[in-house]
Design a protein around this ligand. Structure first.
Ligand code: CU
Length: 359
């Protein structure tokens, strides 16, 4: 019945009911005490007015009363605490197998990338009935991804990935807002989330794509010379990335971290921070040389290498030029000529095929 009230946005995700229930409980508790306290003020003002009680009777403490007015509020706030914690944990733990959408916020627009390679600006098409995980970053300042109909809101920060998830339930068009003041045109940093029937979505997703996000990442991987050191044959000077994603990684300082999106991103842009055990700190930083979209492509590629849906390209041809790419700025052109070359060379190493079998 509440969803018919125009006061509230539509409920279009699995989370909406939970958030609303807690919200209405909070409103009910506040309303109950507002009414109770107002009524008691009125009642006491009339009942104990001066003409009837010229001398107030002093009461010196009542253990029962004090226990009551400590215990009841404690009980109520504990209910709120546990209830909201349960919702918080639901909201911060994306279910396994969620489809992933990469999002880049910038003054003043939302850019979205699907793993299938579809790109959108200020519009996000999604199928109803599937878990969706957003992996988000900002190109400039702090933004905030807010879809009222899904009852979700998550900060989008420059220099790192934040993540949220939802499960759209009802096809329709829903408002997307930036809910963090981010400059002059903050109020225009809006968009639409289009939740579609799964069949319609498949049709939409099939149109006009020239390769997946991971394949775009694979191109960058070769273009920037990553494949010279991150090799599948264990002969490289850098860790083998096949099967890496999602696994624990032992660092040279003894710590163990999980190879998630943030780890891959940091290792590209700030490689000296976490050195994998057994390797040297020799990788140059790619800070300032890659766009957020290129980083996202590389992350998607490393992820695909992790779950076996992509292969490492073979080391670029001319293995005799075993120089480490110390000047990555010059790499793209060099890599390009390498990429262009194989067509004229024996076809053995031109295209990424299955890497040498590794245990
Ligand atoms: Cu913004």
């Amino acid at each position: 019945m509440w969803s018919n009230l125009p006061l509230f946005p539509p409920r279009a995700s699995s989370m909406a009911g939970h958030v609303d229930a807690l919200y209405f409980f909070l409103v009910a508790v506040a309303a109950f005490f507002t009414v109770l306290i107002s009524a008691l003020i009125l009642f006491f003002a009339i009942r104990y007015r001066k003409e009837r009680h010229p001398h107030a009777v002093q009461i010196h403490g009542s253990t029962a009363l004090e226990l009551l007015w400590t215990g009841i509020p404690l009980g109520i706030v504990m209910i709120i605490f546990v209830w909201s914690s349960v919702i918080f944990f639901m909201q911060t733990r994306p279910p396994k197998g969620a489809m992933e959408i990469y999002c880049v916020g910038k003054q003043w627009m939302w850019k979205f990338e699907h793993t299938g390679g579809q790109r959108e600006i200020n519009e996000l098409h999604l199928p109803a009935g599937r878990d969706v995980r957003m992996i988000m970053t900002s190109q400039d300042v702090i933004h905030d991804f807010f879809v009222p109909a899904f009852r979700i809101k998550a900060d989008v920060l420059p220099g790192r990935y934040t993540s949220t998830w939802f499960h759209p339930t009802v096809p329709g068009r829903y408002h997307l807002f930036c809910s963090q003041y981010c400059g002059t045109n903050h109020s225009q940093m809006v968009g639409t989330v289009v939740v579609m029937d799964p069949v319609d979505y498949e049709r939409w997703a099939a149109g006009g794509v020239d390769g997946s996000l991971a394949s775009a990442g694979e191109k960058s991987f070769q273009q920037y010379g990553c494949s010279m050191c991150h090799r599948a044959d264990m002969a490289g000077r850098a860790p083998n990335l096949v099967g890496l994603f999602g696994k624990p990684v032992l660092l040279d300082d003894g710590r163990t971290v999980t190879a998630d999106e943030s780890y891959v991103r940091e290792s590209i842009l700030n490689p000296g921070v976490k050195i994998v055990s057994g390797f040297k700190n020799i990788m140059p930083t790619f800070q300032g040389q890659l766009t957020e979209e290129e980083v996202i492509g590389l992350v998607a590629y490393v992820k695909a290498l992790g779950n076996g849906t992509a292969n490492l390209p073979l080391p670029v041809s001319n293995p005799d030029s075993g120089n480490y790419p110390v000047a990555p700025k010059a790499e793209p052109s060099a890599a390009k000529s390498d990429q262009g070359a194989p067509a004229a060379e024996p076809a053995t190493k031109s295209t990424p095929v299955n890497p040498p079998a590794q245990p």
